[in-house]
Design a protein around this ligand. Sequence first.
Ligand SMILES: Cc1cc2nc3c(=O)[nH]c(=O)nc-3n(C[C@H](O)[C@H](O)[C@H](O)COP(=O)(O)O)c2cc1C
Length: 419
Amino acid sequence: MTGLHNKSILLGVSGGIAAYKSAWLARLLIKAGAQVRVVMTQGASAFIQPLTFQAITGHPVHQQLLDTDAEAGMGHIELARWADAILIAPCSANLIARLAQGQANDLLTTLCLATQAPIYLAPAMNQQMWAHPATQANHQTLLSYGYQLLTPESGEQACGDIGPGRLPEPETLCAWLTQALDATQKSRLAQGLRFLITAGPTQEAIDPVRYLSNHSSGKMGYALAAAAASLGAEVDLVSGPVHLPAPAGVTRHSVTCAEEMLSTCQALQPHTQIFIACAAVADYRAAEVACHKMKKGQNEEPLTLTLVRNPDILATLAQDNPRLYCAGFAAETQQVETHAEQKLRRKGLQAIIANDVSDPQIGFGSEENQVTLLLKKGELTQTLTYPKMPKTQLSLVLIQQLLQHYQETFLHEQTPDQG
Ligand SMILES: Cc1cc2nc3c(=O)[nH]c(=O)nc-3n(C[C@H](O)[C@H](O)[C@H](O)COP(=O)(O)O)c2cc1C
């Protein structure tokens, strides 16, 4: 299903020479499954007849703000609420200036102030008008208000000038809007859900200056947190010591050792729906941490360090809260899938992401990863293998897959309990 299917699109047309392209644009939007209503500025009607749009859309064209008949039918506020998106193409320099000033001196500008729908503008004008500092300043103002603007194309213009200012072809405009609406839809996939994600290594102190740790860079966990946030989730990222900035929209909780990571996760899990354990938690810690820096021995005698097991954060959370969707990572060097499946069952998880860390191309610190995702489906396990790809791209794929699995099976299984 495309982003335009069953969408209510308000097509605004302003007074530019490219207004003739809007008729074909209206046709393409309808062919893509959208409901289209057209609003024209006074300037636009000097370039194209309202009747053209009425014939294409099957609906009267809206032109007047202060029109008692129109207000008795679909009034300006109703029209503003009806729209899933407003697309203005062409958008004249004059209209850009009026929108940047927040004017409401005609129907189209009033609708833009009154709507909660996203607004997409396709400016088109003479290249000198587009380059003018006033137009560029207005352009920046509109971006800061959250309007989305498509950069005009460069080329030969109706006035004979050559430069940027041309309205892209209707096919390009239609594809742009489709893509933008798809992205908006995706950005709401995880809305209302809270993720808890662990990342990075842990450091287990031996004495005040030494510790046991591993080579985890935290890149995979941070990429997962960023991906979940980009899909609209609330994200708590519990991170061991790494050199990475917190992704936008993510709440980072910095910890050092495994026990601290566990207690932080336990405090956060009652508010969490989906837990992804991506941190490379040290399996062991020193049985005793020396209060002072340990001195080198006098002779060649080896030093014996006694280690004790660290808590298993993933298994503990899965056991503590059966309503928590738990996904873990299995970094293996041989029989990757077999070991991963055993871990999935043993720890009571819903999903496990397995990778072969013996491959230096996809191991710790690399920008890419190649994983196999195992999903628990009752007694069965579904195995999904992905090709090698950048961790940022892989994270988005994994989060979407986990979300779908969470919704399909986990929510479904829990419904009877919830009455
Ligand atoms: C022949 C002609 C072509 C025009 N083409 C454009 C254009 O492509 N882009 C633009 O911003 N203004 C263009 N203008 C100027 C606008 O029509 C004018 O600024 C008008 O007030 C715009 O009104 P509106 O923004 O309310 O539709 C053109 C004017 C004329 C006479």
